[in-house]
Design a protein around this ligand. Structure first.
Ligand code: ATP
Length: 440
């Protein structure tokens, strides 16, 4: 487990991964024991793919299983249960098992709270799944991070599988599609790959289409695939950070196929909807959370449902592990650090500091230059604004003289490259240190 430390937010590592206890190996099953059910749910939702990937790299032959402790022993006066209870465990899908779509069981329509900001997307996804009212076989969901694109996409898959279990569903990201295509070509299985998507699939759920930018061969293959699916009347859901026409680096042929779908944006949910999301979550975890705490969290975290939900999970865990009451005091304490950090620097300060560090004038960052030597610091600065201020993409855009979609794209470019370019990560860390916001 310690080999994961350093790659993760230290708070996340300490709170969620450090407490996991490996049990003695049973065959090829590596069982990690979580302290309680709440912990299990969180690790399953947030960290399972990372753990799986890590294990697959170190020990590809091992299967990962997460467990929480067995229910507490009954009192002597109670009759024994009919059979020894099976440990409550969630089997994780094996790496590389591609036959069944790997859908998150929680991502169903019933668990999605529809309201101001996401109502239309919810209705459109339901219409596509239910087969009526969308007037198209394709849906393209567009939003920033953590607003429900994956949830709604997978809900379409669940619903269709619910009434047509034989449906062949392909659920994957554009990156997976690209990697699978490359592997198939290398392994001389290109025809198999083509058939799998063109004729072997009834429902295609393709996430993060922006990844295809500049990947001409993959785009060509996807165009053929989409034509074959359209001819056969199959349904398709795409997700992306921007609408098809705004995505840079896509061939006109692909943009035109994507634009055949109904494009729907998901905006951050309004305050009342955020409170309802938290209320539902608390009820599902069986925790009584005072309304003022739910309102406080909803006020503090307005534009990312993933962060909103994980703040509540963090609070519930802290209360249940420390025995402290789950009240406004605890909530303010947990969020206080974050909030003060968010308000300490402004986008303009970040822009000017980055310009100074790179030895250029700020107006170069706000100007038209597309030279690499300017684009990189500009994107880094926009990424820092996103991470360390609460400014929206549009507000950051004003500071850099760019529109909201360009900022989104620039930030996305950096976030993607960070994982594969240690030099870039070091540059970002250095800038954070200069800004006085490192460690968060
Ligand atoms: N309206 C909602 N009701 C309930 N849960 C929601 C809602 N919107 C988002 N969520 C939850 O927020 C989390 C993030 O959602 P999801 O992963 O679908 O976002 P996303 O837009 O795909 O993000 P990303 O672009 O970062 O992949 C999930 O746990 C999801 O269930």
């Amino acid at each position: 487990m310690s080999s994961l430390d350093g790659g993760l937010d230290p708070q996340d590592y300490g709170l969620w991964l450090e407490p996991l206890q490996p049990k003695p190996l049973r065959g090829n099953r590596l069982v990690l024991l979580c302290p309680n059910q709440l912990h299990l749910n969180t690790v399953q939702q947030r960290f399972a793919p990372l753990l799986q990937q890590h294990l697959a790299e170190l020990h590809p032959d091992l299967e990962l299983v997460l467990e929480s402790p067995r229910p507490a022993a009954r009192r002597a006066s109670q009759p024994p249960p009919p059979a020894a209870p099976a440990p409550r465990q969630m089997e994780l899908p094996r790496m590389g098992a591609l036959q069944m779509p790997r859908l998150n069981q929680r991502y169903v329509f019933d668990n999605f709270v529809a309201g101001g900001g996401n109502e239309f997307a919810f209705a459109a996804a339901k219409a596509l799944a239910g087969g009526g009212g969308l007037f198209s076989n394709g849906l393209f969901l567009v939003s920033g991070t953590g607003l429900g694109k994956s949830h709604l996409t997978q809900a379409v898959g669940h619903q269709i599988l619910g009434y047509m279990p034989q449906t062949r569903v392909a659920y994957l990201t554009a990156e997976d599609f690209t990697n699978q295509m490359i592997a198939a070509i290398r392994g001389k299985r290109a025809d198999q790959f083509k058939q799998r998507f063109r004729t072997g699939c009834d429902l295609l759920l393709l996430e993060e289409v922006q990844f295809l930018a500049g990947k001409d061969k993959t785009q060509d293959e996807l165009v053929y695939t989409l034509d074959a699916l359209a001819d056969a009347g199959k349904r398709v859901v795409f997700t992306g950070r921007m609408a098809p026409a705004q995505l840079q680096g896509l061939a006109p042929a692909l943009v035109s196929r994507l634009a055949d779908s109904v494009t729907v944006g998901i905006e951050p949910p309004d305050f009342a909807t955020r409170v309802r999301i938290l209320k539902r979550q608390a009820a599902q975890e069986g925790m009584a959370v005072p309304p003022e705490v739910l309102e406080f969290l909803s006020q503090e975290i307005p534009d990312d449902v993933r962060r909103l939900r994980s703040a509540l999970v963090g609070l519930m865990a802290r209360a249940s592990l420390t025995g402290r009451p789950l009240d406004l005091g605890l909530a303010a304490e947990v969020l206080g650090q974050l909030a003060s950090r968010l308000r300490r620097v402004s986008p303009a300060q970040i822009r000017d500091l980055v310009a100074t560090v790179y030895g250029m004038e700020s107006k170069l960052l706000t100007g038209k230059s597309r030279k690499k030597a300017v684009v990189r610091p500009r994107n880094l600065a926009m990424c820092l604004c996103r991470r360390h201020t609460d400014a929206s993409f549009a507000a950051i855009g004003q500071v850099f003289n760019r529109n909201h979609a360009t900022v989104m794209y620039g930030v996305d470019q950096i976030e993607r490259k960070l994982e594969i370019e240690p030099k870039l990560a070091a540059e970002l860390a250095f800038l954070e240190q200069r800004l006085g916001v490192s460690g968060g």
